[in-house]
Design a protein around this ligand. Structure first.
Ligand SMILES: Cc1ncc(C[n+]2csc(CCOP(=O)(O)OP(=O)(O)O)c2C)c(N)n1
Length: 341
């Protein structure tokens, strides 16, 4: 079954309470501001560890998804996973300490972006080989099924990652075993600078789900409420033993593939058009229309989030540098951009 769902009121499902609406608004702002800050730090030449795949423009997918699952559920973010780390409550200072290689960093500073788990946040590590995160996530889902934990696994990947063999293995295994897993494609139309339409012959990637005997949906990934409702339904089915769902979220990234990418190959007009569909401003407008958010509330929200981010940056920069002398993993694979490696 392949379906496309549009952003109609009916597709939004039951009414969502104001508290949740405001929480999602704040998480959109947090992701936007946190990543904008990180991008600015990179561009100012600050020494940050690793590479950074920004999710600016795609924030609604992480926010809607995280709002739709239980704290006990497990989630494997895509390589653009900062929104998931933030929505699952990873402390801002811990993220900043990781960027600046300070004591208190995630996984003792062995983190390369998205490749480290945060157990207390239910975050599974993304793999370095695109698409294979679906295979490892399917393994985790199999464990939940076998142990009867009632937990659902969410796994997220880009459109380019769906063209790997791992994706097809993972899809087949998830469907065959009717695993408690929801597979989310963040379709931003490009793998680095390769347009999706130049490498696949299907209109909707969700149509591939039928080949495995799994339902597939394509939705507007910039509509946070639609993401929330679609994921919530799929998670409910997975939890009740009805197996996996593939959800393709259509979106666009505002920046280059990584912070180092000058992004000269995507058409300027296309980028400008996409910016007009900003998921953060779109949700802000909706909440203002609903009378849930006043313009002044929004400004206060942004100011307060920025203050939290600045405080986290300050705390990180005042913390001692990590001492990785003698760490067997660092000896085995030194980071080329780590000053003391
Ligand atoms: C199997 C594999 N091939 C190539 C790469 C190098 N690579 C890293 S990110 C990336 C682009 C990924 O595109 P997509 O899956 O669409 O995600 P997006 O970057 O658009 O979020 C590539 C090709 C990789 N990590 N793994």
């Amino acid at each position: 079954m392949t379906q496309t769902q549009s952003s109609t009121a009916a597709a939004h499902g039951p009414e969502v309470g104001n508290e949740l609406l405001l929480r999602m608004m704040e998480q959109l702002v947090l992701t936007r501001e946190f990543e904008s800050k990180c991008e600015a730090m990179w561009k100012a030449g600050e020494h940050l560890v690793g590479e950074y795949h920004l999710s600016l423009g795609q924030e609604a997918i992480a926010v809607g998804t995280c709002a739709a699952i239980e704290p006990s559920d497990l989630i494997c973010p895509s390589i653009r996973g900062m929104g998931v780390y933030l929505c699952r409550g990873t402390p801002l200072s811990q993220l900043m300490k990781t960027f600046f290689d300070r004591e208190g960093a995630i996984c003792g500073g062995r983190w390369a972006h998205w490749h480290s788990p945060v157990a207390e946040a239910g975050l599974l590590a993304q793999t370095g080989m695109l698409g294979s995160g679906l295979v490892t996530s399917a393994g985790v889902a199999l464990a939940q099924q076998y142990l009867g934990t009632g937990k659902v696994v969410i796994t997220m990947l880009g459109d380019g990652a769906t063209n790997t063999g791992y994706f097809h293995e993972g899809m087949n295994f998830a469907a065959f075993r009717q695993l408690p897993i929801v597979i989310i494609i963040e379709n931003n139309g490009y793998a680095v600078s390769t347009p999706l339409a130049s490498v696949v012959n299907v209109k909707h990637l969700s149509s591939r789900a039928a080949g495995y005997g799994m339902p597939g949906l394509t939705i507007d990934g910039n509509d946070v409420l639609l993401v929330y409702n679609t994921v919530r339904d799929a998670v409910g089915k997975a939890r009740s033993g009805c197996g996996p769902t593939l959800i393709e979220c259509m979106t666009y990234r505002f920046s280059g593939s990584t912070v180092k990418d000058p992004d000269q190959l995507r058409p300027f007009a296309e980028k400008e058009k996409a910016r007009k569909k900003c998921p953060v401003l779109r949700f802000k407008t909706l909440l203002e229309q609903k009378g849930v958010l006043a313009p002044r509330d929004y400004e206060e929200m942004v100011t307060s989030v920025q203050a939290r981010i600045d405080a986290a940056e300050k705390e990180a920069k005042e913390s001692p540098h990590l001492d990785l002398n003698g760490d067997p993993l660092v000896k085995l694979a030194p980071y080329p951009d780590r000053a003391d490696a």
